[in-house]
Design a protein around this ligand. Structure first.
Ligand SMILES: NC(=O)c1ccc[n+]([C@@H]2O[C@H](COP(=O)([O-])OP(=O)(O)OC[C@H]3O[C@@H](n4cnc5c(N)ncnc54)[C@H](O)[C@@H]3O)[C@@H](O)[C@H]2O)c1
Length: 237
C-alpha cells in the first residue's frame, strides 16, 4: 500500500508509534522514526534521536531527511506524553511540558515538513489526537488542551497546505484508551471502567490505531482530508 513512500513517524520507539512504523515497513514504505529516550534497533526502521520540543534538533533532522531522500510523503505526528493532575493541583511546569511536547512539538516539525510536501504537490499528515481532546477528562487539563489543539491545527493545515495545488491531506486520528506503556500509571480499576464504557467492551490494541493511520496515509484515502477519525470502540467520556 505504501511502496516508494518516505514516511516520518515521531515517537516511533514504542507503543502506537512503533506499531505504525512496523506496519508501514510491511506495506513497503521507507520509515524514518524518531525517539527521545527509548533507543530501538528494528529492521527496516531508520531511527534518529530527536527531542520534538527542541527546534534546532527538529530542523537538523528534517534537513538530514530531505538531503538523503529529497522528499517526505507521510508525516505521523505521534510523539506525546501525559502528566495528569486536577487543575487546582497541577504543577505549572507539568502543564507547560505536556503542551510543549504534544502541541508545540507537532507544530515544530509540521511547520517544516508541511511546506515541503506542499511544494512537492502531495503528502499525507496524520496527527495523533485523543478521545480526551474530543470530550475532555478529569485530571487531564494539559493533555486535553494539547489534544484539542491538535484538532485545531489539523483543520488549519488541511486548508493551508492544500493551497497552490499543494494536494497535502491533513487528518487526525483520535484513539480511545490503547494498551501501551502510557497507560501503566492508570489504575486497573479505572481501565476496567473505561473498557465497560466502550460499546465493544475492550480497550484498543496499538494495531487498531495503526490500521486507521495506515488507511489515512495511503492512497485509499486520497479524497479524505480535514477529518478527525475516532478509533475508540464507540466510547464517549
Ligand atoms: N495509549 C493511549 O491510551 C492513547 C490514547 C489516545 C492517544 N494517545 C496518543 O498516542 C500517541 C502515542 O502514545 P503511546 O500510548 O504509544 O505512548 P508511549 O508513551 O508508549 O509512546 C510515546 C512516544 O512519544 C515519544 N516522545 C515523548 N516525548 C517526546 C519528545 N519530547 N520528543 C520526541 N519524542 C517524544 C516517546 O519516546 C515514545 O516513543 C501519543 O500522542 C498519545 O497521546 C494514546
Amino acid at each position: 500500500m505504501l511502496e516508494g513512500k518516505i514516511a516520518i513517524i515521531t515517537g516511533a520507539s514504542r507503543g502506537i508509534g512503533l506499531e505504525v512504523a512496523k506496519l508501514f515497513v510491511k506495506e513497503g514504505a521507507k520509515v524514518i522514526g524518531t525517539y527521545n529516550h527509548n533507543e530501538k534497533n528494528i529492521d527496516g526502521i531508520e531511527f534518529y534521536k530527536v527531542d520534538i520540543t527542541n527546534r534546532e534538533e527538529v530542523k537538523k533532522f528534517v534537513d538530514n531527511v530531505i538531503n538523503k531522500y529529497k522528499k517526505v510523503d507521510i508525516l505521523v505526528n505521534n510523539a506525546g506524553i501525559t502528566s495528569d493532575s486536577l487543575t487546582k493541583k497541577m504543577n505549572d511546569d507539568n502543564f507547560d511540558k505536556v503542551i510543549n511536547t504534544n502541541l508545540t512539538g507537532t507544530y515544530n516539525i509540521t511547520k517544516l515538513v508541511g511546506p515541503i510536501m506542499q511544494d512537492n504537490h502531495g503528502g499525507s499528515i496524520i496527527n495523533i489526537s485523543s478521545i480526551v481532546g474530543i470530550y475532555g477528562n478529569i485530571g487531564q487539563i494539559n493533555y486535553a488542551a494539547s489534544k484539542s489543539g491538535i484538532i485545531g491545527m489539523t483543520h488549519t493545515w488541511a486548508k493551508e497546505f492544500a493551497l497552490k495545488d499543494g494536494n497535502v491531506r491533513v487528518n487526525a486520528v483520535a484513539p480511545g484508551y490503547t494498551m501501551t506503556e502510557m497507560l501503566e500509571t492508570v489504575p486497573e480499576e479505572l481501565l476496567n471502567k473505561f473498557k465497560d464504557m466502550t460499546l465493544l467492551k475492550r480497550l484498543a490494541e496499538p494495531k487498531d490505531i495503526a490500521n486507521a493511520v495506515l488507511f489515512l496515509a495511503s492512497d485509499n484515502a486520497s479524497y479524505i482530508t480535514d477529518e478527525v477519525l475516532n478509533v475508540n470502540g464507540g466510547m464517549k467520556l
